[in-house]
Design a protein around this ligand. Structure first.
Ligand SMILES: [Zn+2]
Length: 255
């Protein structure tokens, strides 16, 4: 893969992104940073379906989509990239097809398999940032371990019932990791299958993951690193907590 810095040298591309390039905080510099960014999205369920259209349309240069699951009728309530015609097909493949239609100028890779430690370790070095859009605690822990060992930034999202959770981790050895969060706040025990999910809650969290990822990649705004944000979809109350590092974290070493 070429490491050459890509520039906006094409009028159609400049026009495609004109409404965000005109934002002084973004400008051409921010847009070119996005164009040169590689984002790994693990999970193309409700969170991934909400986050990825914004990453693709904003011009993130390379998206890698990982999901081994196939589309079921019960997914369509919240997994808005999919239609009835896609039932039975792989989520990463169909998401890649939809996003490529939305923005054919970026590179989108679909990996139609469930993430495991080996796959994640392989992918880390070639990506600048990871979005955890999974709903499985074991995979969340594997993603965290891979991000901490490779020092890759992580934007973590989760949603269940009417509740959403969001947190950005630098993984540069200067703060807590996802495992620290699990230790302090307890680990989610139920999946959407068991507990249910109100679709717009997962949408708000997924779109927020995209917003934070774009801010981080373009160098825009102040990223709320290591701030746990909790959304209550019944009252629309957002609460924010500063996450401390867990002193005896088995993953990031604490301290
Ligand atoms: Zn930790």
């Amino acid at each position: 893969m070429s490491n050459k810095f890509k520039q906006l040298d094409d009028l159609a591309q400049t026009r495609r992104y004109s409404r965000q390039i005109m934002l002084p905080a973004m400008d051409l510099t921010g847009q070119e940073r996005l164009l040169n960014s590689k984002v790994l999205v693990v999970g193309l369920g409700g969170l991934g379906c909400a986050a990825t259209p914004y990453l693709a349309s904003a011009g993130v240069g390379q998206l890698t989509l990982v999901d081994g699951d196939s589309i079921d009728l019960s997914n369509l309530q919240r997994q808005i990239l999919f239609t009835e015609a896609d039932i039975g097909q792989n989520k990463a493949d169909i998401a890649a097809r939809q996003l490529s239609a939305q923005n054919p100028t970026i590179q989108i890779n679909a990996i139609a398999q469930f993430a495991d430690a080996a796959l994640l370790a392989n992918l880390m070095d070639d990506h600048d940032l990871v979005l955890d859009c999974t709903d499985n605690l074991t995979v969340r822990q594997l993603i965290n371990q891979a991000c901490v060992s490779s020092k890759t930034a992580l934007v973590s999202g989760a949603a269940i019932r009417f509740e959403g959770q969001l947190c950005c981790f630098t993984n540069q050895g200067d703060g807590p990791c996802y495992q620290c969060l699990s230790t302090l706040f307890g680990e989610p025990q139920l999946s959407c299958l068991e507990a249910g999910i109100f679709a717009p809650v997962v949408g708000v969290i997924g779109v927020s993951q995209a917003l934070l990822a774009l801010n981080i990649l373009a160098g825009v705004g102040q990223v709320p690193w290591h701030q746990l944000q909790l959304l209550d979809g019944l009252t629309f109350d957002w609460r924010r907590f500063t996450l401390p590092r867990s002193a005896d974290c088995p993953v990031c070493g604490g301290g």
